[in-house]
Design a protein around this ligand. Structure first.
Ligand code: G16
Ligand code: MG
Length: 582
């Protein structure tokens, strides 16, 4: 179907509601029509994610229906048994999240599939837990995570509790794409679905067992949390789904001084107090900082709308707050878990951590020091979860911790996605442990790690390219990078160049070529001979190309200089590529 035919169908056929048709008829800009209809929304790093609006390349109830019908067919492929096991659905605080969740539920019910729908917004990691807890076959979360408010999305989980890896996503996509027509996808009414026993509302019956499992992760539940001895924590759910469970999880472990940022406590689809709800950006900590200053809080925590990302800021001795990077949080948690489990005699011989290739190699060094295996996977927490499952089922590793630089962390085996509730409680416990037992703070802990393994510093840049043309420009940048013949950056020798799209790598010191085992993905990684790397890839969740920088210096000053130099060199190259000078 041509773009125009699709446009006409959506703006004229009475299958689409009046609001949709009107929204489309009012568009006068042909480029806007092209953007909305030139393709279908794609499954990326985190499932489906797009701007809310009418069109095949937008998030709306008709796209939700079509995708859910494809998923429903995959569930039905498993026969009666699979249909009975059913699908669990959660959603966050975004615009249309509850509506899209219900739409998905009623499409599944129309196909005779049992649906468990959360009564109100819930964190993504709780959905991951619920899938296995309820022995369901699949799961859905309606969320666009930390994206701007104009976005919504749809994450898909399978029976192992993890987001579907590419092979499974392809199977579902094949079913979605096999249906050419957008029309004729039917839904049951809520009453019918309930009457036929196909729609079950869930809530506390999942919260409680989930919280009990979170509780078990504490290494030192006996730490003194009386007022005065406890940590002062300021927490912000950033208008999203983290509020209830982060608070409960901390309270159940005895943390007595948790103050929630009132202006950001309640669900708000406009995320009114922040530019966009990503705890990676400093603006999301602005209000928490104010609370922190008043309360002299030790720790500021913030979770994104679906509560799978956790951002952290620490109080300095001067009373300012410094935001940690995702890599630093990952390193503190890796170090805390491995060192304390070792000290307690509970670190298994086959212990392992899992991280992504975009995350700091310092974690590999720390793991090696504790004789722990470090596995590296592609960007996307689903790959961490997939590896964890492989390890557990194959019996060749005992998962201790997984993380990625974009504020994602996981411990324990009952959730198979990043979990900001789990991360909050372990981080709070670690801070209290270091404060009470070792009389030092996280800055001191990080510093001692740097002294032992080298000063690893990381940073990230991204450039936004919207729409169809944007995609073409990103492809051009990737190609230009791919064709570079360089042996150093800012005077730092490159040891290896890995092209995950070609699945090949080259050791520049020996000239040896080798093949890469990870799945194909449009990623280029230049690893420095002395540690650290530069990596480039188009984002799978936002219209962006991302540049990851990591350097290793003997001192903090050296590392800072190197990081600055490498960033400048790479970004300068990009400017030249964009100006057509390459
Ligand atoms: O957005 P979330 O929190 O669901 O998280 C998802 O997207 C992030 C950004 O991906 P990309 O770099 O491709 O944009 C990934 O790091 C993460 O693993 C994935 O689970
Ligand atoms: Mg998220």
């Amino acid at each position: 179907m041509s773009i125009q035919d699709r446009y006409r169908l959506w703006s004229e056929n009475s299958y689409f509601d009046e609001e949709t048709r009107l929204e489309l008829k009012n568009i006068t800009d042909p480029q806007e029509i092209e953007e909305r209809f030139y393709t279908d929304l794609e499954f990326g790093t985190g499932g489906l994610r797009g701007i809310i609006g009418a069109g095949t390349n937008r998030m709306n109830k008709y796209v939700v229906r079509k995708v859910t019908q494809g998923l429903a067919e995959c569930v039905c492929d498993q026969g009666e048994e699979g249909m009975k096991r059913g699908v669990v659905i959660a959603y966050d605080s975004r615009r249309f999240s509850p509506e899209f969740a219900l739409e998905a539920a009623l499409v599944l019910a129309r196909n005779g599939i049992k649906v468990y729908l959360f009564e109100a917004l819930r964190p993504t990691p709780e959905l991951s837990f619920a899938v296995r807890y309820l022995q369901a076959l699949a799961g859905i979360v309606v969320t666009a995570s930390h994206n701007p408010k104009s976005y919504n999305g749809y994450k898909v989980y399978w029976e192992d509790g993890g987001q579907v890896p590419p092979a499974k996503a392809d199977q579902i996509l094949a079913r979605i794409n096999a249906r050419e027509s957008w029309l004729g996808i039917e839904t049951l009414t809520v009453e019918d679905a309930k009457q036929r026993g196909l729609l079950q509302i869930i809530g506390q019956d999942i919260d409680n067992p989930y919280l009990a499992r979170v509780h078990e992760l504490a290494l030192y539940p006996e730490l003194d949390k009386q007022k005065g001895k406890d940590l002062q924590i300021v927490y912000s759910p950033l208008h999203g789904a983290g509020n209830m469970l982060v608070r409960k999880a901390l309270a159940e472990l005895g943390f007595s001084s948790v103050t929630v940022v009132a202006e950001q406590e309640h669900p708000d689809p406009n995320f009114t107090t922040v530019p966009y709800p990503n705890p990676e950006i400093p603006a999301t900590f602005e209000l928490a900082r104010k609370y922190g200053n008043t309360l002299e809080a030790d720790l500021l925590l913030a979770t994104d709308p679906d509560a799978d990302r956790l951002g952290v800021a620490l109080r300095t001795p001067e009373g300012d707050y410094v935001q940690l990077t995702g890599n630093q949080i990952g390193i503190i948690l890796t170090y805390y878990i491995l060192s304390q489990k070792k000290a307690l005699g509970i670190l298994p011989d086959n212990a392992a951590i899992i991280k992504t290739v975009a995350s700091t190699d310092l974690a590999d060094q720390v793991a090696q020091y504790f004789n722990v295996r470090a596995e590296n996977v592609l960007t996307g927490f689903k790959f961490i979860a997939e590896k964890e499952k492989e390890m557990e089922e194959g019996g060749w590793g005992s998962f201790q911790f997984g993380f990625e630089e974009s504020y994602g962390y996981l411990a324990g085996d009952f959730v198979r996605d990043k979990d900001a509730i789990i991360a909050s409680v372990i981080l709070a416990e670690a801070a209290l442990y270091y404060q009470q037992v070792e009389k030092r703070n996280f800055f001191a802990v990080l510093n001692s790690i740097y002294q032992q393994f080298g000063y690893y510093l990381e940073d990230q840049e991204s450039l936004t390219f919207e729409g169809k043309r944007g995609k073409e420009e990103m492809a051009l940048i990737m190609d230009s990078f791919r064709n570079l013949d360089i042996h150093e950056m800012c005077g730092i020798l490159i040891g290896r160049v890995d092209d995950y799209e070609q699945r090949t790598g080259k050791d520049l010191r020996t000239g040896e070529n080798y093949s890469l085992k990870l799945p194909r993905s449009n990623v280029l990684r230049y690893s420095f001979a002395e540690g650290g790397f530069v990596m480039v890839r188009p984002s799978g969740t936002e219209p962006k190309i991302k540049f990851y920088f990591s350097v290793r210096g003997a001192t903090l000053e050296e590392a800072e200089d190197l990081l600055h130099g490498v960033k400048e060199e790479v970004m300068c190259r990009i400017t030249k590529i964009r100006a057509g000078k390459f």
